[in-house]
Design a protein around this ligand. Structure first.
Ligand SMILES: Cc1cc2nc3c(=O)[nH]c(=O)nc-3n(C[C@H](O)[C@H](O)[C@H](O)COP(=O)(O)OP(=O)(O)OC[C@H]3O[C@@H](n4cnc5c(N)ncnc54)[C@H](O)[C@@H]3O)c2cc1C
Length: 215
């Protein structure tokens, strides 16, 4: 055990802020404000832990805000130094993809893990994307493609090289938002949720966990 004392306290730094509240360690019912994908995924996560939620939203329907997009790209925001957002987004992307895959076992929503490709279409984007590649990430997360490989990957003639996120893809956030609320409806009605998974899910989770260890 290490014991010590603070010789010089910085004024006010050791006190809780006025708005600080201890988190409830055993919540039974949680109020959530908003009807977009952020609150809907929180609703689903809480439902899986057996916690009821009440959603407050100023709109009549879910996904009327930014999450109303019909198509959203899913890929990690990385940088060559692997600092800041990159350190959050690399594992968060893997988590989000797994979350969406588990959702897809239960409900239909439009999505495709077709990979995401960003073209080095001018000098500025080339510099930015090459810098990103200097982070030496696992190639399952991000890889460089020359023009011919890019053409083969996207199925459209490309004179440009690119970076490609092989595990990336797209999904319909509006549909996923509605699915997650349905999950909570099921929980509220029946008080239990059956987890379903398949062998390929387990394999996929192992693959994600291996990549996550590297980032
Ligand atoms: C054009 C566009 C393209 C995008 N493309 C992508 C993409 O390709 N990939 C990607 O990952 N992200 C993309 N994004 C970002 C992504 O859509 C948002 O980050 C995400 O939808 C935010 O979700 P949210 O649940 O936080 O907010 P929202 O979906 O905006 O939901 C907020 C909800 O809260 C409600 N609300 C707000 N204030 C109150 C209040 N006081 N009381 C009650 N209700 C309230 C609103 O009415 C709304 O329903 C894009 C965004 C836009 C606009």
């Amino acid at each position: 055990m290490i014991v010590g004392h603070i010789a010089n306290k910085t004024p006010f730094s050791n006190y809780d802020a006025l708005y600080y509240r201890e988190a409830n360690s055993n919540p039974k019912h949680v109020a959530i404000v908003g009807g977009g994908i952020a609150s809907a995924t929180l609703v689903a996560s809480l439902a899986q832990r057996g916690i009821k939620t009440t959603l407050y939203c100023k709109d009549n329907e879910p996904a009327q805000g930014a999450s109303g997009n019909r198509q959203g790209a899913v890929y990690p925001l990385l940088n060559g130094e692997h600092q800041g957002v990159s350190r959050v987004f690399a594992p968060a992307f893997l988590y989000a993809r797994q979350f969406a895959e588990q959702a897809a076992i239960r409900f239909d929503f439009d999505h495709d893990w077709c990979g995401v490709t960003q073209l080095m279409w001018d000098e500025k984007s080339e510099k930015k994307l090459e810098r990103m590649l200097s982070g030496k990430f696992p190639t399952e997360l991000i890889q460089r493609l020359d023009a011919a490989q890019t053409t083969a990957a996207i199925g459209v003639e490309s004179p440009h090289a690119s970076v490609n996120y092989p595990l990336g893809g797209w999904l319909c956030p509006a549909e996923l938002t509605k699915f997650n609320r349905t999950l909570q409806d099921l929980w509220n009605a029946h008080g239990s949720l059956q987890q379903r998974s398949s062998i390929s899910d387990a394999d996929r989770r192992r693959q994600m966990a291996n990549i996550a260890k590297q980032v």
